[in-house]
Design a protein around this ligand. Structure first.
Ligand code: PLP
Length: 407
């Protein structure tokens, strides 16, 4: 067996299952889950239609690079969304969801033989973070170093806490903007700092942007800044050492389609294509056609965003009466601080008791982070995914308010 497998940590939902295995949720109330971040709005009919219309594609093996038509759709979307001119032939690759691409990218980029006397190559991650980053780094033979999020700065990761000696061994940096679970969007000055570090130390930046289309404010500048957009604004039109990962799962309510794309540095894309050819991660031709239809349409995305906006506008003020929570920049999560006078401020206690008394599932924040510099930055917080319908989310918020007010 690969000994690195033993380094993997249980997934947050597995830990939640274990935490609540002996809990009898209040049978008088129907179950509401704000736990899993899985989109629940219906898939647009035209995407399903495009998928079934393309079933003839199953008779042939797809190319790993994808069909030019799909890459062109993705490039057109980058142009509309970010004003970028991306070469569909050299700067874009379709992927089977951003999760597999986040994982595979580490396998492509990491050289496990380097920095042997300094503890091996490093992958830097925000903290809290999407657990795939950690697993990808460990299985690639790297060690993981975390930059804690700072609640006083809109949950920005404290990159300055990483010593120069660590940056010197860093080969890959994951960033997540809009962030899961914090919803925070990285501003341009933070990107400028990271590009400067990447230039100095030669590491690759993987920018996870799968929540980019779910935001709540309107008008110019409301849509989250993308990594490639930031690079272009800073005069880095070649996207050196930068790769952005995006996805249809949340944008178009198709997590089951498994479809996204990566874009950026042509050299990286070339190496990634080589890796993927051997890994066998070509996208089904039917999925490619449905994906192109989805990227080419914006009306359903506007509608989807309006549904989330409605939910967040109604739910956030109810919870803000009793918890430390505010409307995030983007994403479909609320990252809420628990009042310290209940359950000792423990996120595990809160999640367990809330389920037992009010039949609402939330995810303990500490499960989404690791202890770093003596702090688990998820401790004392819970993540709530507002993925269910507006009525269900409202009812959950009212139950949580009643739960907290009962102490
Ligand atoms: C931060 C983040 N990145 C990536 C993903 C993976 O999304 P997908 O593989 O569906 O594109 C998720 C899924 O929940 C996520 O939360």
């Amino acid at each position: 067996m690969n000994p690195l497998l033993s380094k993997l940590q249980p997934y947050p939902f597995e830990r939640l299952r274990q935490l609540t295995s002996g809990v009898q949720p209040n049978p008088a109330l129907r179950a509401i889950s704000l736990g899993i971040g899985e989109p629940k709005h219906p898939t647009p009919a035209f995407i399903k239609q495009a998928l079934t219309d393309a079933l003839d594609g199953l008779a042939s093996y797809p190319a790993t690079a994808g069909e030019p038509a799909l890459r062109e759709s993705c490039a057109r979307w980058m142009q509309r969304r970010y004003g970028l001119s991306i070469d569909p032939a050299t700067q874009i690759l379709p992927v089977n969801g951003s999760r597999e691409a986040l994982f595979a990218l580490a396998q492509t980029v990491i050289d496990p033989g380097q920095h042997a006397t300094e503890g091996g190559p490093t992958v830097v991650c925000p903290n809290p973070f999407y657990q795939i980053y950690e697993g990808a780094a460990l299985l690639a033979g790297a060690r993981v170093v975390f930059a804690n999020s700072d609640p006083a700065r809109n949950f920005a990761a404290d990159w300055s806490s990483i010593p120069e000696s660590t940056w010197a061994t860093t080969q890959l940096l994951y960033v997540c903007s809009p962030g899961n679970p914090t919803g925070a969007v990285m501003p341009l000055d933070e990107w400028a700092k990271l590009f400067e570090l990447s230039d100095r130390f030669g590491f690759v930046i993987a920018s996870d942007e799968c929540y980019s289309e779910i935001y709540f404010r309107e008008g110019p500048g409301a849509a989250p800044l993308g990594g490639l957009e930031a690079a272009a604004k800073l005069g880095r039109g070649d996207f050196k050492n930068l790769i952005a990962l995006t996805s249809l799962s949340k944008r178009s309510n198709v997590p089951g389609l498994r479809s996204g794309f990566v874009a950026g540095d042509a050299e990286l894309i070339k190496a990634f294509l080589l890796y993927r050819t051997y890994h066998g991660s070509a996208m089904s031709p039917s999925v490619q056609r449905a994906s192109a239809a989805a990227w080419d349409d914006e009306a359903h995305v506007v509608e989807n965003r309006a549904l989330y906006r409605q939910k967040f506008e109604q739910v956030t003020p109810i919870l803000a009466e009793v918890m430390d929570v505010a409307l995030p920049d983007a994403s479909f999560y609320l990252w809420a601080g628990i009042p310290s006078h209940i359950g000792g401020g423990s996120d595990e206690w809160f999640a367990k008791e809330l389920l037992a008394q009010y039949n609402v599932a939330v995810l303990p924040g500490s499960y989404l982070a690791r202890e770093s510099n003596g702090i688990n930055p998820g401790a004392g917080r819970v993540r709530m995914a507002l993925v269910a319908g507006v009525d269900e989310c409202l009812e959950a918020a009212q139950r949580i308010r009643a739960f907290i007010q009962s102490f």
